[in-house]
Design a protein around this ligand. Structure first.
Ligand code: NAP
Length: 478
C-alpha cells in the first residue's frame, strides 16, 4: 500500500520516490511511504506559517477543545494504533497499547494546561512604570522523533505545541512512520485549521536542511541520539531557533545494602526490558552492594529467565525483536567486548535472525553479565538492547561516583529502604530524572529530560509548555 504526506489540511498526492517499511520480526514489507522532496518541505513550511496568525489568535478554549477531541478519537482507536505499532516496531502488543494510552495522556493533559498560560504583573521600582509580562507562542515548530516510541514521542511534542498556539510539523523515524500516518488520519477528523498540524516523511537530512535554512521555523524539538542532537544544535544556530533536545541516556540502577530485593528486581525488569531494552531511560548499568550481590543476582536471573521472546503478537511475549541489524550488531559487539575483558555471562547472550531481509529480523536473548568494569565499552556506551551488566560496589560514595561517570544524564534509579539515604542519593545523582524505589517514572504531568549530553529542555507537565512560549515584557509609562 502507498501512503501520503499530510499538509495544508489534507493528504497530498505524491509523484516522487517512496521508501519501504519493514516488520522487524520477520522482514515483511508493511507498505510504501513517500520521500518528500525539498519542494514539498517548502510548501509544508509555507502552509504552517500561513496558519500561525489564525491559530495563535484562537482562544485557548478553542485549541484545547480540539486537542480533547483528538484524545477521544485516539482512545476510540487505541487497539488499531497499537496493532500498527507492534507491526512496524516489534514491541509486544500490550506495550504498544500502553504507549498509545501514555501518549494520549499528553493530549488530555495539555488540553487542560493550555488554558493556564499566565503572564505576570511585576511591581516596578519607578512609580510611573508598569511592568507586564505575557507569554506568546514561539511560531512554527518542527519535530523529529525516533522509532522506539512511534506514538508517544509525537504527542509529547505536538500537544503542548498546539496548546501554546504553534503550528506543528512532525517528521517520524523512517522505521516507524505508519503509526504517525494512522494518528494523522485522526488529526484530519478533528478538523484543525489548514496548516496547523502537518506530517512529513522521507530523507531526514534533506528535509531538515530545508527547515534549518528557513527563518520562519522558530523552534526545533528533537528526540533521538546525542550525535544527531549535536548536529541539529549547530545547524539551528544559523537562524537562532529555539531548540529542545531529548537525547541518549545510560541509566544507572543502584541497589543499596538495605534495599528490598524483590522491589529492586521488579524495578530492574521494568526499567530494562521494555521495548527489548531500546529505551533512552532503560537501565544500562546495575550497581549492587557486595553484601547482597549474590541474593539480588540469583533473584534477577529467576525473574529474567521466564521472559518469553518472540513476535509481539504472540501471547505472553515480553521481548520483541531488535529494530534492525545495526541495533543488533551494537549489542553483540558490546557483549563480545565485555566478555573478552573478563565479564562473566550469567544468562542469555545468544541472538538469531529470521526472515529474508538481512537488515531486519533480529532477536537478542535477555542477557545478564557480572564482573563488569570501567574498561568495557558497555560501561560507557548506550546499549539499546536487553543486556544487564552488573557492577559490585562497597560504599555509597563509590556507587554514586561510578553512576555519575558518564557524559549522559537522563534517568537514574536506586533502591534503599532508608528515606535519609534516599534523599541524599537523589540529590547527588547527576541526572534529570531519578526513580527512588521504582523503575517506572514516565508520566504526562512530570518533566521528562536530561542533564549534560542527554539534552536541553523538558517535555511533560507545565515545563513542557514553556518550551513553546516566548516571554514578552511590556513596559508602560503612565
Ligand atoms: P537517531 O538516529 O538520532 O534518529 C532519530 C530521528 O532523527 C529519526 O527521525 C531520524 O530520521 C532523524 N535523523 C537522523 N539523522 C538526522 C539528520 N542528519 N538530520 C535530521 N534528522 C535526522 O536516533 P535513533 O537511533 O532512531 O533513536 C535512538 C536514540 O534516541 C537513542 O540514543 C535514544 O536514547 C534516544 N531517545 C531519547 C529519548 C529521550 O526522551 N531523551 C527518547 C527516545 C529515544 P530517520 O529515521 O529518517 O533516519
Amino acid at each position: 500500500m502507498k501512503h501520503s504526506i499530510f499538509y495544508n489540511g489534507q493528504w497530498q498526492s505524491h509523484q516522487g520516490d517512496y521508501f519501504n517499511v519493514y516488520d522487524p520480526s520477520n522482514g515483511e514489507s508493511l507498505g510504501l511511504v513517500p520521500s518528500a522532496s525539498k519542494n514539498d518541505m517548502k510548501k509544508i513550511i509555507q502552509s504552517a506559517y500561513d496558519s500561525f496568525e489564525l491559530w495563535s489568535n484562537k482562544t485557548a478554549e478553542y485549541r484545547c477543545d480540539l486537542l480533547e477531541k483528538l484524545y477521544d478519537l485516539v482512545l476510540a482507536e487505541k487497539e488499531e494504533i497499537a496493532t500498527i505499532m507492534t507491526k512496524e516496531n516489534g514491541k509486544p502488543y500490550g506495550e504498544s497499547l500502553g504507549e498509545v494510552i501514555y501518549g494520549a495522556n499528553f493530549l488530555k493533559w495539555y488540553s487542560e494546561e493550555g488554558k493556564r498560560i499566565y503572564g505576570q504583573f511585576i511591581p516596578s521600582s519607578q512609580s510611573n512604570k508598569r511592568i507586564m509580562v505575557r507569554k506568546q507562542p514561539v511560531g512554527v515548530v518542527y519535530g523529529i522523533t525516533p522509532w522506539n516510541f512511534p506514538f508517544a514521542m509525537i504527542t509529547r511534542k505536538m500537544a503542548p505545541a498546539l496548546a501554546a498556539g504553534c503550528p506543528f510539523i512532525i517528521k517520524p523515524a523512517k522505521e516507524t512512520p505508519l503509526t504517525a500516518i494512522k494518528f494523522f488520519e485522526l488529526v484530519e477528523k478533528v478538523g484543525f485549521p489548514k496548516g496547523v498540524a502537518n506530517l512529513v516523511t522521507g530523507d531526514a537530512k534533506k528535509i531538515t536542511e530545508v527547515v534549518m535554512n528557513d527563518e520562519r521555523v522558530r523552534k526545533i524539538t528533537f528526540t533521538g541520539s546525542t550525535e544527531v542532537g549535536k548536529l541539529l544544535m549547530s545547524q539551528s544556530s544559523q537562524t537562532v531557533k529555539k531548540i529542545s533536545l531529548e537525547l541518549g541516556g545510560h541509566a544507572p540502577l543502584i541497589v543499596f545494602d538495605d534495599a528490598d530485593i524483590k522491589k529492586a528486581v521488579a524495578g530492574t525488569i521494568a526499567s530494562k526490558f521494555r521495548n527489548c531494552g531500546q529505551v533512552c531511560i532503560a537501565t544500562n548499568r546495575v550497581f549492587v552492594h557486595e553484601s547482597i550481590q549474590a541474593d539480588y543476582t540469583a533473584a534477577l536471573i529467576e525473574a529474567v529467565k521466564v521472559l518469553k521472546m518472540g513476535n509481539g503478537f504472540e501471547e505472553c511475549v515480553k521481548i520483541g525483536p531488535v529494530i534492525n541489524k545495526k541495533g543488533h550488531d551494537k549489542i553483540h559487539l558490546q557483549l563480545e567486548d565485555a566478555l573478552s575483558k573478563g565479564a562473566n555471562l550469567l544468562l542469555g547472550g545468544q541472538s538469531h535472525h529470521v526472515g529474508k531481509v538481512d537488515s531486519v529480523g533480529y532477536f537478542f536473548e535477555p542477557t545478564i553479565i557480572d564482573q563488569v568494569t570501567t574498561n568495557m565499552d558497555i560501561f560507557y556506551d548506550e546499549t539499546f538492547g536487553p543486556v544487564i551488566p552488573i557492577i559490585t560496589f562497597t560504599n555509597d560514595d563509590e556507587a554514586i561516583k561510578l553512576a555519575n561517570d558518564t557524559p549522559y544524564g537522563l534517568a537514574s534509579y536506586f533502591f534503599t529502604e532508608s528515606i535519609s539515604r534516599g534523599f541524599e542519593v537523589s540529590e547527588k545523582l547527576d541526572y534529570g530524572m531519578v526513580g527512588f524505589n521504582t523503575g517506572a517514572i514516565s508520566s504526562a504531568q512530570a518533566p521528562f529530560g536530561g542533564f549534560k549530553e542527554s539534552g536541553i529542555g523538558r517535555e511533560g507537565g507545565h515545563f513542557g509548555l514553556e518550551e513553546y512560549l516566548e516571554v514578552k515584557y511590556i513596559c508602560l509609562e503612565i
